[in-house]
Design a protein around this ligand. Structure first.
Ligand code: NIG
Ligand code: FE
Length: 418
């Protein structure tokens, strides 16, 4: 009998400690909820409600699955040599100028088959899920040619088929100018060839642009965004990471869903985000790994009421950090986000950056039953201890995927291992 005609729900979760900040303030002290059709059906139900499966959380902390709204995890190779060079004094921009940086990963992606890309990227995605990520955005941007961008986006689509997590693909249309390419001709190819091909194959519903002195100008970003919008795609920008070109203001003015990085953003940029409702996505992993000094204008974002998301930015050059828990920790220690801000950044506001706030990123009736269970005192603990924390279970659409084999209390948890 289909679940919707069945009196019993698929799953009853009871005895959970649900943190109120992830429930949109609607439930402060409920411990039980039911799942039907992979969605949260009712919150605050009786323990005796008929259910096909019952899960006694035994007082564990229950949180919505994390939403990692900004990653570049689909790539080949690594850039350990550049990290070593930076520790000797080289700069990120300087390495890029000498043909390394993004171009080095572009060469590795060009040399990899779609299958090889998947084989290298899947463990990174699994690492995110094992720490509680249930929605993960993945960008292209290491292909640069139409052929290789499509290869990367097809690999991202297949990663979504292989993982229980929801994968949100983004076409990173302007990331780096290929060596010896003519700027104008390159941007024209992206707009006239790659973008329509991505839309034709339905490989992404959002475009991104790296707006930076070492990458692309505001005008080039504008041209791509305008065409993308005509084709029905949403827009996001990497802006103000290393300098301020006015990219955040311009992207917000073009209805970008989010502007990401923002280390060099000024008051006018914060105001533009506030005025348009765009999400500020902060990436403490890149800030940490590049040993940056310039902090994003966090207080101004707070005061202006801009929703602040945080994400891993998982990529081989600036943030080889496959750990949502490290992101929570770094957001707290480096950006001084409160534990609640950090948690909302990786749940509700991460979902908003992907326009998925009605579906994921919180515990509410009708949302996807994506949740995680933790044997810790509260979410503050993520900002305090680094390492040694694992979820007991990661539930995606009401099904358990990661079980703590060492803990007898959750030995009933079934489902496919990720
Ligand atoms: O988000 N800033 C541009 N893109 C990535 C880095 C890409 C790379 O270095 O491979 C980022 O930091
Ligand atoms: Fe990025």
């Amino acid at each position: 009998m289909p679940a919707s005609h069945d009196k019993a729900c698929e799953l009853l979760v009871h005895n959970a400690r649900i943190h109120p900040c992830v429930t949109d303030g609607k439930i402060a002290s409920e411990t039980n909820f039911t799942v039907r059709g992979g969605r949260i059906a009712a919150i605050g139900v009786d323990d005796a409600v008929p259910a096909h499966e019952r899960f006694d959380a035994k007082g564990a902390l229950l949180l919505p699955g994390f939403v990692d709204c900004h990653t570049h995890l689909c790539y080949a190779g690594n850039r350990m040599d550049e990290h070593a060079a930076r520790l000797e004094g080289a700069s990120y921009a300087g390495i890029a100028k000498r043909g390394g940086g993004i171009h080095s990963t572009v060469a590795a992606v060009a040399a990899a088959s779609e299958d090889e890309l998947i084989a290298e990227s899947l463990p990174r995605l699994e690492a995110l899920v094992a720490e509680g990520a249930t929605t993960v955005e993945i960008k292209s941007g290491y292909g640069l040619t139409p052929e290789n961008e499509l290869k990367q986006l097809r690999a991202i689509r297949r990663l979504g088929e292989l993982s229980p997590a929801r994968i949100v693909p983004t076409f990173l249309a302007l990331h780096a100018l290929p060596a010896n390419a003519d700027r104008k001709r390159y941007v024209k190819t992206v707009i006239e060839e790659t973008l329509p091909a991505v839309v034709e194959e339905k490989l992404a519903d959002c475009v991104d642009v790296f707006c930076e002195h070492m990458a692309f100008t505001v005008e080039e970003m504008r041209a791509v965004f305008e065409r993308a919008r005509e084709l029905g795609l949403a827009c996001r920008a990497h802006s103000d990471q290393l300098s301020n070109l006015g990219g955040t203001r311009a992207a917000a003015g073009l209805s970008a869903r989010s502007c990401d990085h923002l280390e060099y953003s000024q008051d006018a940029d914060v105001q533009a985000l506030a005025d348009t409702g765009a999400v500020a996505v902060l990436l403490p992993g890149a800030f940490y790994f590049l040993r940056e000094k310039q902090l994003p204008p966090i207080d101004a974002l707070r005061k202006a009421g801009v929703p602040i998301a945080i994400a891993s930015d998982l990529n081989p050059g600036t943030s080889p950090i496959a750990s949502p828990l490290a992101v929570l920790h770094l957001a707290s220690t480096l950006f001084r986000l409160t534990p609640e801000e950090a948690l909302l950044g990786l749940t509700r506001h991460g979902a908003a950056a992907l326009a998925l706030e009605e579906k994921v990123g919180g515990l509410a009736v009708g949302r996807r039953a994506d949740f995680t269970l933790w044997d810790i005192p509260g979410p503050e603990f993520f900002c305090y201890q680094l390492g040694g924390i694992q979820p007991h279970a990661v539930y995606i659409e009401g099904k358990a995927y990661v079980a703590d084999k060492f803990s007898p209390r959750h030995s009933r948890v079934g489902g496919n291992p990720v």
